[in-house]
Design a protein around this ligand. Structure first.
Ligand code: NAD
Length: 400
């Protein structure tokens, strides 16, 4: 069984590191460190091998995947030269399969990233039809049994009044009426779901979160999940905040300040594009701590940091006899090296769900996301229980 992976934003940092990692694992020069699917009980599921994944995708820039890999290596020292040299030919072959995408309704800062051929005057219906053709050609050319579409493109501004697209009919009418408010992420998602390709949204963009697209996924029994990968500061928050809640310590303020220097950081410098990211980062604490407190997250672009993101968090809390206490932590992570293994995990787990006819939203994948669709639980360990339960049930069944 061959599994294709279609990355929207294929020439970006996260996509590039996911592909470099997969090919480096395939060629025996890297390990699966950081991958949840390499660890029990998930490792016992019958999942597609990382080395068998076949990659392609859309992007709006012409900078090659190899150039992005070089850039990450030189500016951030994240990839070691041996791994990069070993997979260079693989990256070139994948890059030839990358098609020009659409930046429609992604905000000015993303349009500015696009090379001119990506900004065309095509109707929304034509854009959708082109995306469907791109997926189909990849599936046919490589004789794929399954295609998983993953959104790792730049963050879009939040969509205003998403309720207007609450049914499949409303979404399809909007396409027919050339409604240019429909964001690119939802067009890629629609094209995937209508073709029965599972879809994962690793970004805060709208993607498949619209009522109409959830209805479509349910009707066609196609797995989909999102949104916004949980990889750094928010991951720590979702592990730490339950401790304060469980010990009945009253959090009075949680101030988080993030600085990063990659293209993602540059896009998030635009207030419109930053809004969605701030909403999903802030929401995690509100739901775990369930009390009134000062909760603020900032994200600032600091170019010399490259792919490294630093987060400083300052937590003030009150204990017994109103005693005031505080905790501070600093997180320094390579944004893309944290995200890339999760892309491979999500692909493998979504392929598994698809193989077993598990259509619609995938709550067992909640631990991967800052804003897991349909799951109110943000406590990291409880989210992991959902995944482990899913895995244990299938492992029992598969061993029967
Ligand atoms: P990046 O800027 O390096 O890559 C994004 C790529 O998407 C670029 O190559 C860009 O040209 C392309 N792109 C933009 N709009 C597009 C469109 N409409 N169609 C096709 N391609 C498009 O960013 P990154 O660091 O790789 O992050 C990718 C996404 O993942 C961002 O939305 C980011 O917020 C999200 N994310 C990243 C992390 C992490 O890195 N740890 C965690 C959670 C979410």
């Amino acid at each position: 069984m061959s599994t294709g992976v279609w990355l929207i934003g294929a020439r970006g940092n996260v996509a590039t590191l996911a592909m470099v990692g997969a090919r480096a694992i395939a060629r025996g020069v890297s390990e699966m460190t950081g991958m949840v699917t390499a660890r029990e009980p998930v490792a016992s599921l019958s999942l597609p091998e990382v080395s068998d994944l076949v990659f392609a995708g859309h992007d709006i820039r012409t900078q090659s995947i190899e150039q992005t890999a070089e850039e990450v290596h030189l500016s951030s020292g994240v990839l070691d030269r041996t791994a990069l040299n070993t997979v260079r030919d693989d990256l070139q072959a994948i890059d030839e399969r990358v098609k020009t995408g659409t930046p429609i309704s992604c905000g000015q800062v993303v349009e500015d990233l696009a090379d001119s051929q990506a900004i065309d005057e095509a109707t929304v219906a034509d854009i959708v039809s082109q995306i469907r053709d791109d997926y189909a050609m990849f599936v046919d050319t490589h004789g794929l049994d399954r295609l998983i579409v993953v959104n790792v493109a730049s963050t879009e501004p939040p969509l205003e009044s998403p309720d207007r697209y609450n049914t499949v009919k409303a979404f399809e009418s909007a396409i027919d009426e050339d409604d240019r408010n429909l964001p690119a992420s939802s067009l890629y998602a629609y094209a995937a779901l209508v073709e029965e390709h599972p879809y994962i949204n690793f970004t805060p963009s709208t993607g498949s979160a619209l009522g109409g697209l959830c209805e479509l996924a349910d009707k066609k029994s196609v797995p989909h999940m999102g949104r916004d990968g949980k990889t750094g500061e928010t991951l720590v928050k979702s592990a730490l905040a339950p401790m304060f809640a469980q010990r009945n310590l009253r959090v009075q303020s949680w101030e988080g300040h993030n600085i990063l220097g990659n293209t993602d950081g540059a896009v998030l410098e635009d207030e419109a594009n930053e809004a969605g990211k701030l909403a999903s980062k802030g929401g995690v604490l509100d739901s775990i701590l369930n009390e009134e407190f000062h909760n603020r997250v900032r994200i600032d672009y600091t170019p010399p940091l490259g792919d490294w993101k630093t987060a400083w968090d300052d937590i003030r809390f009150q204990g017994f006899l109103d005693t005031q206490m505080k905790m501070q932590f600093t997180w320094e992570g390579s944004d893309s090296a944290l995200a890339a293994p999760l892309i491979l995990d999500l692909v493998r787990l979504t392929a598994h769900a698809d193989k077993h006819g598990e259509g619609g939203l995938q709550p067992q994948l909640a631990s991967f996301f800052k804003s897991p669709l349909s799951v109110d639980e943000h406590d990291l360990s409880r989210q992991f229980e959902l995944l482990y339960k899913y895995a244990e049930n299938y492992v029992q069944e598969e061993n029967r």
